[in-house]
Design a protein around this ligand. Sequence first.
Ligand code: NAP
Length: 223
Amino acid sequence: MPGSLPFSCALITSGGGGIGKALASYLINTHKIKVLLAGRTESTLSASAREIGAAGYYVLDVGDTASIAPFVAQITAEHPELDCLINNADGNDSSTAAATINVSSVLGFVPFSIVNPIYNGTKAWLHKAWLHFWSMNLRTQLRATGVAVFEIAPPTVATDLHRERADPDYNNKNKNPGALSVCEFADGVGKRLVAGEDTIGGDMNMDVVERGYVFFPVKWETL
Ligand SMILES: NC(=O)c1ccc[n+]([C@@H]2O[C@H](COP(=O)([O-])OP(=O)(O)OC[C@H]3O[C@@H](n4cnc5c(N)ncnc54)[C@H](OP(=O)(O)O)[C@@H]3O)[C@@H](O)[C@H]2O)c1
């Protein structure tokens, strides 16, 4: 479906694996979007770019804040056609592309207590909820500019995210039947992006995202 999304060239941070790679593959194969990957490990990026047909990759650690400005200067000079930033890594900054897509978490909406209170406390209220509120504010701030701001709030998706947990396979389908595969997740997100939804929970937890808005009588960034 080329042309059905409001951008044609996307940069995906943390694009070498997991959700980022799955979204990249979906955009390339379903929408013929030109995709550039960024991540920390060159061998992973190079193998993933080759496998999914990405147009290129950049070695970038988003936690190394000093490297962000030179990176932005480099990539915008090399790819002036870049018009979408997918902030998928666990650190985020804003952009002036035609579209910004922030990957937050369902834990930014509702404090599930399925993992542990410390994790939920940090992810839900400090980090992912911040990303949710930042996305709403960015959408308001950029409304007059034509830059669209999307937020993707994943449910549990089977990636290597839990590699340092006692049970690294916790988010795999055989351990957690509610988990989505990366392909199921990317397909579900894709349908909602095409439909023009700006806050996307993935097929299985949109109701949770909607319930998060119960705290506000309306989606107040649209006021
Ligand atoms: N999977 C889930 O169930 C789930 C649920 C809710 C939210 N999320 C969010 O979705 C996003 C992606 O998660 P994921 O599950 O795909 O994780 P993942 O499987 O751990 O993938 C992480 C990717 O990010 C790269 N990366 C890690 N740190 C980075 C950094 N500082 N700078 C640049 N790249 C970095 C890694 O490559 P290198 O190590 O080579 O850089 C790897 O390719 C995260 O923001 C996560 O919090 C995931």
